[in-house]
Design a protein around this ligand. Structure first.
Ligand code: GLP
Length: 263
């Protein structure tokens, strides 16, 4: 795991964009590349940086498939806070990803059978696309990844999850009031996320410091779903100073980020 700490959110976003582009497939003869997409405020700067790379001719996402991490259950199609709409606004419009190549789990029908079918169809869709090349991630203040709340199995696949009270409170800012926040979601499982070839996690601000420290330096535990990152062979974690404040081994991460000595 590579842990890169930057002074503030802007530099963090720029380094996260570099981490995406450095692993971006150049040989597309085996299929179109797949970018895994997180919602939330954490990756917005990263998406803007990718948009800048497109404008400067350093990247092109026009043939890329975008694969969302999660979706609320029970919001009507086209709801502005449904993650399909959010990703159309915050990613497709910004990086030039074609809307018809955006994949989001279908949480519009709220009965158990429809949701189970939507979850397995989503897993199949990701497999058919050849898997995710780079998965962008944020982290919840309670350590969740996607909507894998504390207690989520490390081997879990896309499925229905109950949102925790904390997550519903955190996300109430996007809705009229707390009662409007859905109680359930469809989310890629931690096992699904682990299948992505590279993970790029972005976290900024002191509200994330505790979750970041627990995830990166604490025990591997389902109580902190993001601790599963410790298991992945190619994870880049991009933090600002505030989000990194709880890390004990900080000096080592900075030394490692400096790279090999010049011969
Ligand atoms: C939501 C998303 C997560 C995201 C988290 C953190 O719950 N499902 O994928 O990481 O929020 O959001 P923010 O970046 O706004 O703090």
């Amino acid at each position: 795991m590579e842990i890169l700490v930057s002074p503030g959110p802007e530099e963090t976003a720029a380094r996260a964009a570099e981490a995406v582009l450095a692993a971006w497939p150049t040989d597309t003869s085996h299929g179109t590349p797949v970018l895994g997409l997180a919602t939330g405020s954490s990756p917005l700067g990263l998406y803007r940086e990718l948009g800048r790379a497109v404008a400067e001719g350093r990247a092109d996402f026009s043939h890329t498939h975008g694969v969302a991490l999660d979706e609320y259950v029970g919001l009507p199609p086209g709801h502005p806070e449904g993650y399909r709409q959010v990703l159309l606004r915050e990613v497709c419009d910004v990086v030039g990803l074609a809307p018809e190549r955006l994949e989001v789990p279908d949480g519009s029908r709220a009965d158990a059978a429809s949701l189970a079918a939507a979850a397995s169809a989503y897993e199949q869709r990701i497999r058919d696309l050849g898997g995710v090349d780079v998965q962008v991630l944020g982290i919840g203040a309670n350590g969740h990844l996607g909507f894998n709340e504390p207690g989520s199995a490390f081997a879990s696949r896309t499925r229905v999850k109950r949102l925790s009270a904390r997550t519903r409170r955190d996300n109430a800012r996007f809705f009229h009031d707390l009662d409007d926040v859905p109680t359930h979601c469809l989310t890629q499982g931690l096992g699904t996320i682990l299948d992505a070839r590279r993970l790029v996690l972005v976290a900024t601000g002191d509200a994330k410091a505790e979750a970041v420290a627990a995830a990166l330096e604490g025990p591997l535990t389902a109580s902190v779903p993001a601790s599963v990152l410790q298991w992945h062979p190619d994870t880049v974690v991009c933090l600002d100073e505030a989000a990194a404040a709880g890390l004990r081994n900080r000096q080592y991460y900075d030394d490692s980020a400096a790279g090999l000595p010049t011969p």
